[in-house]
Design a binder for this molecule. Sequence first.
Ligand SMILES: Cc1ncc(COP(=O)(O)O)c(C=O)c1O
Length: 371
Amino acid sequence: MEIKEFKLERFFGKYEFTAPYLLCCSDCESFAVSELLALEKKSGEKLDKLWLGYTESQGNPALRQEISRLYRDIKPEEIIVTNGAEEGIFIFMNALLKGGDHILVQYPAYQSLYEIARSIGCEIIKWEMDDRNDWKLDFDFPKNKITEKTKTVVINSPHNPTGYLIPKEELNELTCIAKKSNVHVFSDESYRFSEYQEKDRAPSVCEIYDKGVSLGGLSKAFGLSGLRIGWIATRDKKILQRMLSFKDFTTMCCSAPSEFLSILALRHREYLIKRNLEVIEANLNLLDKFFEKYNHLFEWKRPAAGPIAFPRIKFDRNAGEFCKNLLDKKGVLLAPSTKFDFGNAHFRIGFGRKNMLEALEKLGEYLKENF
Ligand SMILES: Cc1ncc(COP(=O)(O)O)c(C=O)c1O
């Protein structure tokens, strides 16, 4: 397998644990193990006694039961637990695609959503979003571009890096288009439950389309990225079986302590999500004020969901240069759009962490000194 470097992950590999001020992370504030254990009496004792043998390849049944509760009419047997959402993307693409197939991908995108397909020899057709059009998707695009070679449409909502949320009606429209051509819809819903208004939460694609494959995980809204727990949910038995067989060649099964803590976390999901939405809301209010003050330098589109956004630079310098200079001078990490192969005029800002204000103040200092 020949695969290109994952630009954003290599960038994080270099700076995430060395830069003093992280201002572009896509996950929410995490929790200590003790905080999770405090959610239920005797859970510490249960963890002490946890058996560290192999776990079930499809995922602990009790965990799949908890995950199925996040959906309408999805059964535990229609779920595969994976090591992070990342593994879910890898096994889906490998289970479905072969060289010469086409895939349509909402773009910009988290790189693995198209890079794995490219490494298999597929043609990638980018379904581009544009901030000049408020990041809205043009649904004539899939209507015109799906051919007999197309195997799947890949979407991501709430979206990384823009924070765009595909409205419910449009999601229905997309599944109708896909159904007519009998293609899968792979829906990366890793940021689900981070919608600022609950009423905006769209159904999961696996609930509304037989060939819909939904990807979920605990890394983002739940703030538990270190557990490395994600999942696939689909009613399509054939693809589910193929993914399960492929997982035998990747990780086989998940870590027992992670599964244990994930069950606990999901039983208290309202608490975890509420805490993180409060962090996001407080930070967003700060960002609104910040971008209003600096509206001569940046174009700010307030997202509808998630802990990330993708502002545009208005001044005469490219995003890569700006982010590098900011990091060198103030130790603040922003991710330039070059890491998404999406021009050089945007950067990703992350606001799911409690200490965002500190990093934002440093950015403010930099702007005052340089503009
Ligand atoms: C859109 C998207 N999908 C998948 C992932 C991978 O998430 P995980 O940490 O659960 O593997 C990420 C991580 O940033 C992401 O942004």
